[in-house]
Design a binder for this molecule. Structure first.
Ligand code: IMP
Length: 193
């Protein structure tokens, strides 16, 4: 079975291609020749994930999945959450987002945080969603150069190093995205078309 992963994020593709699965082959947007920036206009990860998979399903009429991820920080009431990519404002980069996060947490008594991923699958015209959560905390300073996004400031429960100090196999032992995608893989392995 051929399935499209609706993302332009090379790090996400690499993480997911590392997971073992049977029965289907994952193609990226680039591999199927689609070059669009899919909007993320909604207030929830769930709605943004649906937007991405539905946009590509309408274009291709093929099985497609997408994912949307947010970093939810307890002391910030769940922020940056769905706005994680634009936390420091439109047009700012990831370093600006991390700087803002560390500044906001400077005097906070708890640094507990979690990554939450929502996967949206559209297959046979129907949508299915899967969620993956990774609990952890935000460090006092950046550490490590692997991975992407907030990886240099996030340590998952069960480890004492940041995601940015792990290789993909190690990150996938903890990762929110891995947990959500594993459910997707289990679902597809059982799926009868
Ligand atoms: P999106 O799912 O691509 O919209 O990601 C939202 C924000 O969270 C972006 O700033 C990403 O860089 C960041 N992000 C998503 N997944 C991860 C992850 O696994 N580690 C660190 N940051 C992430």
């Amino acid at each position: 079975m051929k399935i499209i992963f609706a993302t332009n994020n090379k790090n996400k593709v690499e993480e997911i291609k590392h997971l073992s699965h049977q029965k289907f082959e994952i193609f990226t947007l680039q591999e199927v020749g689609i070059d669009i920036d899919i909007p993320e206009p909604h207030d929830t990860l769930e709605a943004n994930a649906t937007e991405k998979s539905a946009t590509i399903y309408k274009l291709t009429n093929q099985a497609v999945f997408s994912e949307d991820t947010g970093l939810e920080v307890e002391a910030l009431g769940g922020a940056p959450g769905v706005k994680s990519a634009r936390y420091a404002g439109e047009g700012r980069n990831m370093q600006d987002n991390i700087d803002k996060l560390l500044a906001e947490l400077k005097d906070k008594p708890t640094r507990a945080a979690r990554f939450r991923t929502v996967v949206s699958l559209i297959i046979g015209g129907k949508e299915f969603q899967f969620e993956g959560i990774c609990e952890g905390h935000i460090t006092n300073a950046q550490d490590g150069t692997n991975g992407f996004g907030y990886d240099p400031v996030f340590i998952p429960v069960g480890s004492d190093i940041t995601f940015a100090n792990m290789d993909i196999t190690e990150k996938n032992k903890f990762s929110h995205r891995k947990k959500a995608v594993q459910q997707l893989i289990n679902f597809l392995n059982d799926y009868q078309d």
